[in-house]
Design a protein around this ligand. Structure first.
Ligand SMILES: NC(=O)c1ccc[n+]([C@@H]2O[C@H](COP(=O)([O-])OP(=O)(O)OC[C@H]3O[C@@H](n4cnc5c(N)ncnc54)[C@H](O)[C@@H]3O)[C@@H](O)[C@H]2O)c1
Length: 363
């Protein structure tokens, strides 16, 4: 062992903070079972082989700070463990459409410089740090910023993992660009370990598999971090709603018509912090057309939820790099992402990804 996975992180917010603090937590507590990942070793890679070698943000509280300090900078809320000192300094990313109306005062983006100038610096930093994978944790609604970073990955020759609901891996043109450059691409929109989407998908599938006529369903989510505050700006939400809705629709034999399904972030409740509460309801009809309904309330740490999933995405990207495979990783994306290039049931996707890890399938 001993081969490292060199990763660049974009968006040093709560999700990234939970990911890196989770790795440190397990380093400090080797006696604890690591939960939320597929295997302790994936094709020989453990969670401790992941090294964050460069980091990018736009906030004046984070850019210029060492990574071990930036992860605790306001408005980040994750404070699970203390990180050891890091010599990685957070570098500038162009703001583009990354910072929404509601979070602008909290994030305090650094004044704009020409995008081309920042891009040159980024490419230099990626080369100097020998980053081989870029993980993007940009805010919801960052269409241009995500496209910028996907282009950077193509130019820098790194794999790209898109954790947010902007359609890159699920877009045929972007897939082709990564295939042509023989670079792995995983996306879009990270799932949670046991999050609202996976629970809703499983319930929708049980209704369908057991022959219940699902007539309508909703999923309402509330939380108190910057992700939820940003999502108050409804114009930034289009792709988020499409991604979450299609993820559930994909499990039904016949998709529900518009107006019978409502899934989305619904409000910002400050005191909830990183706790996300999801309310899910399914209304259906059983034998004899008798009505039935199911109500569920999920209460979960939103930032713990996605950490292990991203760890597995990083390791899958590294496996693809080792095997010199390029283009979208279909099985990885189907199992770990809400909007993959090809939807599968969760069982099928897991089996496909296990086969990919074992080298029995190419993507
Ligand atoms: N379970 C989950 O938490 C989950 C699941 C699916 C998707 N996501 C998505 O992951 C993303 C990150 O979530 P989060 O909670 O860390 O958000 P966050 O608001 O805590 O962090 C976002 C970070 O991005 C930075 N940023 C803004 N514009 C930027 C730019 N142009 N370039 C670089 N950095 C920029 C901000 O300064 C901030 O540090 C969100 O889009 C969220 O919806 C999260």
């Amino acid at each position: 062992m001993g081969k490292k996975i060199k990763v660049a992180a974009v968006g040093i917010g709560n999700c990234f903070s939970g990911l890196i603090q989770g790795i440190e937590y397990y380093r400090l507590h080797p006696e604890r079972t690591i939960t939320g990942i597929m295997h302790n070793e994936m094709a020989g890679y453990s969670i401790h082989d992941i090294e964050f070698v460069s980091a990018f943000d736009v906030s004046r509280k984070k850019v210029g700070a060492p990574l071990h300090k930036a992860v605790y900078a306001e408005p980040n809320l994750v404070k699970w463990v203390k990180l050891p000192e890091s010599d990685v300094i957070v570098k500038s990313s162009p703001v583009l459409d990354g910072v929404g109306l509601y979070v602008k005062d909290l994030i305090q983006p650094i004044n704009k410089r020409p995008v081309e100038q920042i891009k040159e610096e980024i490419l230099q930093e990626l080369a100097d740090s020998k980053a081989e994978i870029i993980v993007s944790y940009l805010p919801v609604g960052s269409q241009k910023a995500t496209e910028f970073w996907a282009e950077v990955a193509l130019e820098a020759g790194t794999a790209f993992i898109n954790c947010i609901p902007v359609f890159i891996a699920s877009n045929i043109e972007w897939r082709k660009k990564f295939k042509d450059k023989k670079l792995p691409l995983i996306g879009d929109d990270i799932k949670g370990q046991v999050g609202a989407t996976i629970i809703h998908r499983v319930l929708a599938k049980i209704f369908t598999d057991r022959g219940v006529d699902l007539e309508s369903t909703y999923q309402l989510n509330v939380g108190g971090n910057t992700d939820f505050m940003n999502m108050l700006e409804r114009s930034r939400l289009e792709s988020k709603e499409i991604s979450k809705t299609n993820s559930v629709q994909s499990q039904l034999k016949t998709p529900l018509p518009k107006g019978r399904i409502h899934i989305g972030p619904s409000d910002y409740v400050e005191f909830l912090g990183n706790t996300k509460i999801a309310f899910i309801r399914l209304n259906g009809r059983q034998w004899g057309d008798r009505p039935m309904n199911l109500e569920l309330r999920l209460d979960v740490d939103d930032k713990s939820n996605s950490g292990g999933i991203v760890i597995d995405a990083i390791r899958a990207a590294k496996i693809a790099l080792d095997r010199k495979l390029g283009g979208a990783l279909y099985s990885t994306s189907a199992y770990l992402m809400k909007t993959p290039p090809q939807q599968m049931s969760d069982d099928e996707a897991k089996e496909a990804l296990e086969n990919f890890i074992l080298g029995k399938r190419e993507d």
